[in-house]
Write a protein that binds this ligand. Structure first.
Ligand code: COA
Length: 601
């Protein structure tokens, strides 16, 4: 029988867009990170600037927080609507902080639960602001659950200091009024406790921040982009940081120009990146083909959102897998990596740059709204031990000897031997020497046209075949290098396996650990890379498996179809496409049913 681990606590703030829900959640998250707490957050808000419900959720625990879990322990409702929409999720023993206005009625009394009325709006006005009810709430939360007010005070100064000293002062007053109200007017009756931090401060980053940070750590010094929710924060982060590092952020006129700028920057020897979401990535697909053909390594981030088209831009979905893998013309190999959590966003971005630079190929990072917008605490990256690949550009003096003699290269009849630099030399691993444009004696043309080893446009069948094989060899080399990177947890002999990708992997892991604790024969399989797929390792781990459950946030089972067709296994797809991530409790019943053989394949 599953027994809940009470050391994991989940707090949700809910109110109207414009009421400062997000600011309150972020300040609390920063403080938790500084205390060394393990924390993971989720936020969702409407696409409109004001109105609609905004929600910020923080889950903390004694160890790495795998998902948002199944239980809501504390609900902070800024108004009646925030209460109405979220009270159904609060556990019966949960704590409610609310600000019901006269005429709003009374919140339900739950068996074992505790309701605290905090007059947030009233105290905010007393503090001299109509906007600081969120700070009153934070003051109350600090006093009720033992978070230090000093941490929030610092945060207020940093956040609002840029606006005006008057705003800082009224917010500080509001914070203290909230805390004072709890001290003087509330009888504390709840038992819920947050697990204290271990005192080792952790950095708190959103998935978008972590990708931008990872890019900079990997040596990216050029970003070309066009704003789109939920990817814009990557651009904002890099707009701030790149100039300080001697790099450049350019806001292009559209996504086509953005990716073309990156291809140009990378052609000129600069590590470069662009980021967008589904509609923008669709526009980039032609240029992605150019990067593959001209063998120019770039990193492209897709922070997926619920679509198609403008769809639900602030809501979660894993709907762009097919676009990432197949959204192209002709045979255009690209690498696709899907980070599973925020720490992974950082390290996979470094990895993406390493692959792009070493293999001269476009690499797509398939992130998600629920990663991009969420925050989590993570240990400070150790930059000393970070493996960053630095491309060695061809140098005529030194490399001339290592290239094959010109007469050993397919020169081709009717193609006079004028150029000297075999930019697309067919090494067995498919990786060719690259020079920085303008280096005397190492000039070459980069083109989307099919070409020969000297980059000369050329269309004869033997050359076409040779160059297709060369690009494929490079792709297969990546598969060899990363082919074993599959993570498996659980019972190796199990006949039932569960799999998923991106953020869903964390929730699956959570549900699998629960099932394993109950003694269930199950294994979870997570490929690190989605293109090229680590086929050998996947086949090995799927050998003997009779039923596979595949969970993903889309309506068409994009990954389930790949697993089914690629490995010939029986797959039951568990799909959700409502704009919100899975909870472990939604997945666990499918594990139980699959073990009993009760799922339809
Ligand atoms: N005192 C003074 N100002 C405060 C405050 C306080 N106590 N608390 C919050 N604010 C300010 C914030 O600084 C922020 O101002 P800024 O925009 O200058 O940064 C503003 O009030 C909104 O507060 P915030 O906490 O960030 O958000 P919220 O919870 O009120 O929700 C959003 C507002 C985020 C839903 C809405 O503004 C928004 O941006 N919607 C999304 C738009 C979008 O991306 N659409 C998609 C287009 S495709």
């Amino acid at each position: 029988m599953y027994k809940r681990d009470m050391r994991y606590v989940c707090l949700r703030i809910a109110g109207e867009g414009g009421e400062g829900v997000i600011s309150a959640g972020e300040l609390l998250t920063q403080v938790a990170g500084r205390l060394g707490m393990h924390v993971s957050t989720f936020k969702t808000f409407p696409a409109e600037i004001r109105g609609g419900t905004a929600v910020y959720q923080i889950r903390t625990g004694p160890d790495h927080v795998l998902s948002q879990g199944d239980y809501l322990d504390v609900l902070v409702a800024f108004n009646r609507e925030g209460y109405d929409r979220n009270i159904g999720d609060l556990t019966s023993e949960g704590v409610l902080l609310h600000d019901f206005e006269p005429g709003d009625g009374a919140p339900v009394q739950r068996r074992g639960g505790v309701n605290y009325h905090i007059p947030m709006g009233k105290l905010s006005k007393e503090a001299g602001s109509t906007r600081a009810k969120n700070m009153v709430a934070l003051g109350a939360i600090c006093e009720l659950f033992g978070f230090p007010l000093a941490g929030i005070e610092d945060g207020i100064r940093k956040k609002f200091g840029k606006k005006s000293e008057k705003i800082v002062e009224s917010n500080l007053r509001a914070l203290h009024l909230g805390a004072q109200y709890v001290r003087e007017d509330i009888e504390i009756r709840h038992e819920i406790k947050f697990t204290p931090g271990d005192g080792n401060p952790r950095v708190v980053l959103s998935g978008n921040d972590a990708i931008a940070f990872g890019a900079v750590a990997a040596g990216c010094r050029f970003y070309g982009g066009y704003p789109i929710t939920p990817a814009t924060e990557i651009m904002e982060w890099l707009a701030r940081e790149l100039p300080r590092l001697g790099g450049r952020m350019v806001q292009a006129e559209d996504e086509i120009a953005a990716i073309a700028m990156c291809i140009g920057a990378s052609f000129a020897g600069q590590k470069s990146m662009t980021a967008s979401s589904g509609p923008g990535i669709a526009l980039m697909s032609e240029a992605l083909g150019l990067a593959t053909m001209a063998e120019i390594g770039i990193v492209v981030v897709d922070v997926q959102r619920a679509g198609p088209s403008t769809g639900m831009p602030t809501k979660a979905e894993q709907g762009d897998l097919n676009l990432a893998l197949y959204g192209t013309h002709s045979t255009a190999q690209r690498v696709v990596i899907a980070p599973v959590d925020i720490e992974d966003c950082f390290y996979q971005t470094v990895n993406a740059f390493n692959i792009a630079s070493k293999y001269q190929i476009p690499v797509m990072i398939l992130s998600e709204q629920s990663l991009g917008f969420s925050k989590a605490s993570m240990p400070r990256p150790d930059f000393e031990s970070l493996a960053v690949y630095e491309e060695v550009f061809a140098d005529k003096e030194t490399d001339g000897d290592t290239w094959p003699k010109v007469d050993e290269i397919t020169v081709g009849e009717g193609y006079p031997m004028t150029p000297v630099f075999p930019r697309y030399l067919r090494h067995t691993n498919g990786i060719s020497p690259r020079s920085i444009p303008g280096m005397p004696g190492l000039e070459f043309r980069a083109t989307g046209l099919e070409h020969d080893e000297f980059a000369r446009p050329r269309y004869d069948p033997p050359n076409r075949k040779a160059m297709l094989d060369k690009r494929l060899a490079k792709f297969e080399e990546i598969r060899r290098e990363y082919g074993e990177e599959v993570e498996v947890i659980g019972d190796n002999e199990a006949e039932v396996a569960i799999t998923g990708w991106g953020t869903t992997a964390g929730v699956i892991r959570h549900a699998t650990v629960r099932a394993l604790n109950e003694g269930a024969p199950i294994k979870a399989i997570f490929p690190k890379m989605l293109s090229p797929m680590p086929d050998n390792a996947m086949r090995r781990h799927l050998h003997g498996v009779k039923r596979v459950i595949c969970c993903e946030l889309n309506d068409s089972g994009q990954y389930a179809n790949i697993i089914r067709h690629r490995y010939g296994v029986n797959v039951h797809a568990v799909l959700k496409d409502h704009g919100v991530p899975f909870a472990p409790g939604e997945i666990k019943p499918y594990i139980d049913m699959a073990i009993k053989g009760e799922v339809r394949i």
